[in-house]
Design a protein around this ligand. Structure first.
Ligand code: UGA
Length: 446
């Protein structure tokens, strides 16, 4: 079948390429000419493992095309996915929904026949209903554009796998309508290849529930991370080990070990802004008290970054003046080049402000990091970053850092102190090689 995907960022480009992989004819749409030019040449403008291969394959086969022309998109298909960004508004907690609104306002008047607009972006509850109003206002008479919601749960770094083999598909329809409609028919057809090859649960619900499923999922994940990080503060104070504790509580299937990774906490373009937008929206709806705990989730998370800086100062003997710190990692997590709200870069920036000479290395995110923080020092390899360093700080758990040879690092570094911001390094191996190993949430046993 034919479909369009509006937005060619991490979400939209992945969705477009994966839909082509499922056998559909896809037109990716964006307002950014330069980005569309690169995509037309089969180039992915960001790092996502596995995506370049399928994107190139389907650009070459002609099944995946790109345009900036909304009229061409309106003509191309009756099913239009919307995967544009909903960033945090400047100076506020609320999400900025301008980009989704713009897509609907620009596309609707160009439609010449009934169409279905499927929102995939993470939005405050109530957005779909508002977008339906915008569509109704703009469409030509006799044409119906139905807005439905189909939230996306993909993780950066696993985006292709998560899209092609999702845990669940959630479809929000107006009034939760169960009878056959054009929207249900087209969305079912789009996902039929997934359901035939590797079935997953499909939850059909109303618009508000579908919007809330997504923000609640992210808020829960953020809460789980901040819970273990709060416990890790107590572990440090009491001389306990948060990683052993997480293993032990995670064995209870009601709790589960995943997302109990204590350390520098969450960053990226989703979790931080989504919990803030959830609080803001709950407040607008008069349910602000229900979500105030998310403020604490946010502050526990931000406190981890400060604790990392304090630990570095401590390791440097009380001052960072005249000290060199190698910061390994700039991306908000491994297998990504995304530096949006990255704990690693935030810590590097704070260390630099406190007087340290900070040298950052990341296997994929260097260009993005340099663009965001041009004044920090950068290196072209992990060993180069460690050259002359008094302290080595691991801020993103890339596999190549975990596998670093302590002896090789000792040959270039000035000091022998390893600070593990992600509880990912083999601490005993480093200790045996003569290093002082310190990690967040792991106090000195008493
Ligand atoms: C997150 C959700 O996991 C996806 O389901 C969702 O679709 C996506 O947001 C989105 O809304 O688009 P993502 O931001 O790609 O995905 O990254 P995660 O894997 O969730 O990691 C988020 C942050 O939490 C990272 O900074 C990571 O280092 C941190 N984290 C994760 C921890 O600190 N500890 C953990 O145990 C797990």
């Amino acid at each position: 079948m034919r479909m369009t995907v509006f937005g060619t960022g991490y979400l939209g480009a992945t969705h477009a390429a994966c839909m082509a992989e499922l056998g559909h004819e896809v037109l990716g749409v964006d307002v950014d000419e330069a980005k569309i030019e690169r995509l037309r040449r089969g180039e992915v403008p960001f790092y996502e493992p596995g995506l370049p291969e399928i994107l190139r394959k389907h650009v070459d086969s002609g099944r995946l095309k790109f345009t900036t022309d909304y009229a061409e998109a309106a003509e191309f298909a009756d099913l239009h996915f919307i995967g544009v960004g909903t960033p945090q508004r400047k100076g506020e907690f609320a999400a900025d929904t301008t980009y989704v609104e713009d897509v609907v306002a620009r596309l609707s008047p160009l439609l010449t026949r009934d169409a279905v607009l499927v929102g995939k972006s993470t939005v405050p509850v109530g957005t779909a209903v508002r977008l339906q109003g915008i569509a109704d206002w703009h469409v030509r008479s006799g044409v119906r554009a139905e807005v439905v919601w189909n939230p996306e749960f993909l993780r950066e770094g696993f985006a292709v796998k998560d899209t092609l083999t999702p845990d669940r598909i959630v479809i929000g329809l107006p009034g939760g309508e169960q009878e056959q409609s054009l929207a249900r028919e087209l969305v079912d057809e789009a996902y039929a290849p997934i359901l035939e090859s590797d079935p997953c649960p499909v939850i059909v619900t109303d618009l508000a529930t579908s919007e809330l499923v997504k923000v609640s999922a992210n808020a829960f994940l953020a809460t789980k991370i901040s819970f273990i990080n709060a416990v890790s503060e107590v572990c440090e104070a009491a001389g306990a080990d948060v990683t052993v504790l997480a293993d032990a509580i995670g064995m209870d299937p009601r709790i589960g070990r995943r997302f109990l990774g204590a350390g520098l906490g969450f960053g990226g373009g989703c979790l931080p802004k989504d919990i803030r937008a959830f609080m803001a929206r709950a407040g607008e709806l008069g349910a602000d008290e229900a979500m105030t705990f998310l403020r604490e989730v946010d502050s526990i998370n931000m406190r981890r970054r400060e604790r990392m800086v304090d630990l570095t100062v401590e390791a440097c003997g009380g001052t960072l003046i005249g000290k060199t710190v190698a910061v390994l990692g700039a991306a908000f997590k491994p297998n990504s080049d995304d530096v949006r709200d990255s704990p690693a870069l935030n810590v590097a920036g704070m260390l630099s402000l406190k007087g340290a000479q900070t040298v950052v290395f990341d296997p994929q995110a260097l260009d993005n990091a340099r663009a965001l923080f041009p004044t920090l020092g950068y290196a072209e390899s992990a060993l180069q970053a460690c050259d002359g360093a008094d302290v080595v700080l691991v801020a993103t758990e890339w596999a190549e850092f975990v596998e670093l040879d302590p002896a090789a690092v000792a040959e270039v570094a000035r000091g022998r102190i390893l600070l593990d911001g992600r509880n990912c390094m083999p601490g005993d191996t480093w200790r045996e090689a003569g290093w002082t190993y310190r990690a967040l949430g792991r106090g000195v046993p008493v």
